[in-house]
Design a protein around this ligand. Structure first.
Ligand code: SDX
Length: 429
């Protein structure tokens, strides 16, 4: 046995093997802990617990490093496209020209939805949150392909992957168009992924619509940056649901719901709402920072802090630069960007944030760009989900192919009542 960790308990020594990752991370494998010692571990929020070994994404929280299949996010944001990055994450390597053309072809020719899905949108109340709609419709796709959901059939998994990536933009655009009473659009097969989504979102049947290439490029970069992030909350949800051998549509639907939370992907909407509130109440940035520091106040500086990044979030740096480029190109002043810059300036010099290692995360500046591209605020988490979809798929697929595949079933320590008898109603106080 290589390097080990020794545990002494009740006078006995137990040894557990150390597992080392290709980038130097180390863990000790406790899978035999309970059978050897009768003990389990307890780690609410999984601060020190690894759920799996994975070859997809590597984060170094101290160096602020993010690699997709070994390639730095900065290089992919500059040189790749979202469709190519999706292929890289799912299949492990950058595609050849032919592989990329075939992949793009599948995504283009699976982007339409079954016409009856349009009826779903009539059933929702006025202006429903698009995350609720998107997750519900994604989950319902399983009813249209019930004979192609075998999670051990490579061909059925492949066509499900194509359908999900191809249809999510259409599903998302439908939820927006329905909310503003406009006709539900059809995809345009002549356009690339980001441009097609922009056109479905903002065109109407009444006049021609030209996609702004700068806007489409900015969206494509944002989708790349959000594409995966190892075992975050929503990805862990996708894996746990998938571990019951549940189909990919349902697993991704669970991931969308998990992402919606304001502590996770819902933060990009919460950041803009926070910046807007500061702007509408006189721009009192210092007061906002003070509220975030007050332990009696549940308010948090949205878009700040991260479980892994304790130095800086590399994605935030790329997005901040992109936000400046977009705003400068549009020649408009964006007061919310000014407020965000002032917030960052104050918070990153404040001992509370420095000591707790709280820096801007991926959600802090992304909303500034989404707003500049005219996306409604409640669509921001949906844009995050569109970006994260290839990561969810890659992680779910890696789980299904894992030679040590097991259903996820954490243990617990019970702190409730000890055994006691039932008390008949008439004898209760
Ligand atoms: C995403 O995991 C991922 O990779 C996620 C993600 C991805 O790509 O999938 O990167 C995407 O979800 C980014 C995070 C978006 N969420 C927010 O911006 C919401 C605001 N941030 C937080 O609530 C918080 O920082 C988390 C949820 C991001 C991280 O929470 P942790 O790691 O559980 O840390 P914690 O809540 O225990 O905070 C540690 C301390 C606490 O103070 P003490 O109790 O120790 O005194 O820092 C404080 C917190 O109160 N703190 C904040 C704060 N974030 C943490 N105080 C003020 N403002 C904040 N934003």
């Amino acid at each position: 046995m290589g390097e080990t960790v020794k545990l002494e308990y009740q006078g006995k020594i137990y040894e557990f093997p150390v597992v080392e990752g290709t980038c130097g991370e180390k863990a000790f494998d406790i899978s035999t802990l309970r059978s050897q010692t009768g003990l389990i571990t307890l780690d609410p929020g999984f601060l020190s617990t690894g759920a799996c070994e994975s070859q997809i994404t590597f984060l170094d929280g101290d160096k602020g490093e993010l690699l997709y299949r070994g390639i730095p996010i900065e290089q992919l944001a500059e040189k790749s496209t979202f469709v190519e990055t999706a292929y890289l994450l799912i299949y492990g390597n950058l595609p050849s020209k032919k592989e990329l053309e075939d992949f793009q072809h599948h995504l283009t020719y699976h982007s339409m939805l079954h016409e009856s899905i349009k009826n779903f949108y009539d059933g929702f109340p006025e202006n429903p949150h698009p995350m609720a709609v998107t997750s519900a419709v994604v989950g319902s796709l399983a009813t249209f392909y019930e004979n192609q959901l075998n999670v051990r059939d490579e061909r059925e998994i492949e066509i499900t992957i194509h359908r999900l990536i191809a249809k999510l933009p259409t599903i998302a655009a439908y939820s927006y168009k329905k909310s503003i009473g406009q006709p539900l659009p059809y995809p345009d097969n002549s356009l690339d992924y980001a441009s097609n989504f922009m056109k479905m979102m903002f065109s109407t049947p009444c006049e021609p619509y030209e996609v702004d290439p700068l806007a489409a490029k900015a969206l494509d970069v944002l989708l790349i940056i959000h594409a995966d992030h190892e075992q975050n909350c929503s990805t862990s949800s996708v894996r746990l649901v998938g571990s019951s051998m549940c189909n990919l549509f349902a697993s991704v639907s669970a991931g969308i719901y998990a992402l919606w939370g304001p502590l996770h992907g819902g933060a990009n909407q919460a950041v803009i709402e926070m910046l807007q509130e500061i702007n509408d109440t006189g721009g009192k940035v210092k007061e906002c920072v003070a509220r975030a520091k007050d332990s009696e106040n549940p308010f948090r500086l949205m878009g700040f802090g991260h479980r892994v990044y304790k130095n800086f979030d590399p994605r935030s740096r790329i997005i901040k630069k992109l936000a400046h480029q977009i705003i400068d190109k549009m020649g408009t002043k964006e007061p919310l960007l000014e407020i965000a810059l002032e917030l960052e300036e104050i918070a990153t010099k404040d001992s509370y944030f420095v000591e707790k290692k709280l820096y801007p995360n991926v959600d802090f500046y992304s909303g500034i760009i989404y707003k500049a591209l005219n996306f409604p605020v409640n669509m921001f988490p949906v844009l995050f989900a569109m970006g994260r979809l290839p990561g969810w798929i890659a992680q779910w697929k890696e789980l299904q192919e894992d030679k040590n595949f097991k259903i996820g079933r954490p243990r617990q320590i019970y702190q409730g009542e000890k055994t006691r008898d039932y008390i008949p109603l008439e004898k209760r106080s």
